[in-house]
Design a protein around this ligand. Structure first.
Ligand SMILES: [Cu+2]
Length: 475
């Protein structure tokens, strides 16, 4: 394994090398209007100049995969072609999508076999920063690189000089610089914090130097694509404003301040507005500060002055998407008790219809449960009439944080440990700390079968998932 020390040394060594972020490729579009998205083996220079290329699984030959961009409300058509040695599927994370296009094998579609293809065709109702990723054996397929950005453009673009994508991943590489395959399925990872890596990248590059100009106004789109790492960034000396979370604009822009930190759990996104007031020649680190010591994962280098840049002008406001507000007067109340994992108190749970002891569960690779059930069931957690408002409490009785994701819907966080916190943000993935209760609310307005699961992918695989069904009758 690459040790943390060598990771640090490599980061420092590469900091002066002017490693540019890879050029962003837009997905190629066929004559029939479909974006072509091939999932298959690829190679990438994750280690930069520090080591050999790394063999990956990737969309369109690179990780992150090509950018898919579409206009809000217009059709998105993508032809997934599977050139992998195993079945796959693609999920469009955060899109309030038609159920048949959600990409969940066994729930919304069959897996796409090697050599097979699947046509995804959907309307993206909300503008914002989204992403696509494998949803079959995602704990392995995503760790090997199968994800990419999905950008839905506002009808009127936000006034900014440039847009910059920062797609963050946390790879676990062996001493040979290759994806550490021996630890796939490690029960230790599955029962603890998930597969944490030892090599952080931005846009598939090690410590990239992102070039900016004084006077520019930048829109940054950040996506945490890691399997399990909660990333906390310190954007030193930059003072960006948070304008959207999980794709959805905030009602009020939020300062993170000059020493402020921004936490992104796995699958979460943030849109930031950054006015560059650096002097030419200034270099500012992007630090990941979850550990005791900050680690530089990239930097901004000011390499000139923008003529007529927008920095300092009046702050623009993103138009809000049209999400239905939950009616809290008589909602359907659902509780989701989260149990299991290392240092947990779970003694047994139902798996495949049978009550199993913790020892038997471990033998099945199932160590987490929701409401006493590990993994999927034939019967949903709830059948909900379309249009019904739902108040759902995540009750985390484990010793670990979990990034809980609801498919097909965005929700408001109403309370933490019973204390009201609604700040107007809409999320599709929310971090629930150890022993915390988080209450969320949403309108179940999207018919179909939808997953709720932890986006620490090892937790999902080891039992922390369930589903609900929204029936077609109006509520
Ligand atoms: Cu989890």
């Amino acid at each position: 394994m690459v040790k943390r020390r060598s990771f640090l040394a490599a980061s420092v060594a590469s900091a002066g090398l002017m490693i540019a972020a890879p050029f962003w490729r837009l997905a190629a579009q066929n004559d029939d209007g479909f974006f072509d998205l091939e999932a298959g083996p690829a190679r990438a220079s994750l280690l930069g100049t520090e080591g050999p290329p790394t063999a990956l699984w990737a969309y369109g030959g690179s990780s992150p995969g090509p950018v898919i961009r579409a206009r809000q409300g217009e059709p998105v058509q993508v032809r997934l072609r599977n050139n992998l040695p195993e079945p796959t599927s693609t999920h469009w994370h955060g899109i309030r999508i038609a159920n048949a296009m959600d990409g969940v094998p066994g729930l919304t579609q069959e897996v796409v076999p090697p050599g097979g293809s699947f046509d995804y065709s959907f309307i993206a109702p909300d503008a914002g920063t989204y992403w696509y990723h494998s949803h079959n054996k995602s704990w392995e397929q995503m760790a090997r690189g199968l994800y990419g950005p999905l950008i839905i453009e506002e009808h009127d673009p936000l006034p900014a000089d440039r847009e910059m994508l920062l797609v963050i991943d946390d790879w676990r590489l062996g001493e040979d610089g290759q994806v550490h395959a021996e630890s796939f399925g490690s029960l230790r990872d599955w029962s603890h914090g998930g597969r944490l890596g030892n090599w952080l990248t931005i846009n598939g590059a090690s410590a990239p130097q992102l070039e900016v100009k004084r006077g520019e106004r930048l829109r940054l789109r950040l996506i945490n694509c890691a399997n399990a790492r909660i990333v906390t960034l310190k954007l030193d000396q930059l003072a960006p404003l948070v304008i959207a979370l999980d794709g959805q604009p905030l009602p009020e822009v939020r300062e993170i301040g000059f020493s402020g930190r921004l936490t992104l759990a796995p699958a979460q996104r943030a849109d930031l507005l950054l006015d560059v007031f650096l002097e030419p020649g200034d270099r500012v680190q992007i630090l990941e500060v979850t550990g005791q010591e900050g680690v530089e994962i990239g930097s901004f280098l000011c390499n000139g002055v923008a003529a007529d840049g927008m920095a300092g002008r009046e702050m623009p406001r993103l138009p809000t998407n049209n999400l239905p507000r939950p009616d809290l007067s008589d909602p359907l109340k659902l509780d989701l008790v989260m149990e299991g994992g290392a240092m947990g108190a779970m003694r047994s749970a139902v798996f495949d219809g049978r009550e199993l002891s913790i020892r038997e569960l471990v033998a099945e690779g199932q160590v987490w449960a929701l409401n006493g059930v590990a993994g999927m069931t034939d019967i949903p957690l709830a059948r909900i009439q379309r249009g019904r408002s739902v108040v759902l409490e995540f009750d985390n009785q484990t010793a670990w944080p979990h990034a809980m994701h609801i498919h097909g819907h965005h929700f408001r966080v109403m309370a933490r440990n019973g204390q009201p916190v609604d700040n107007g943000a809409w999320r599709d993935t929310e971090l629930v700390a150890a022993n915390e209760k988080v209450t969320v609310a949403f309108v179940a307005d999207n018919p179909g079968k939808w997953l709720i699961h932890c986006h620490m992918l090892e937790h999902q695989a080891a039992g922390m998932k369930t589903w609900f069904q929204v029936t077609r009758q109006a509520g």
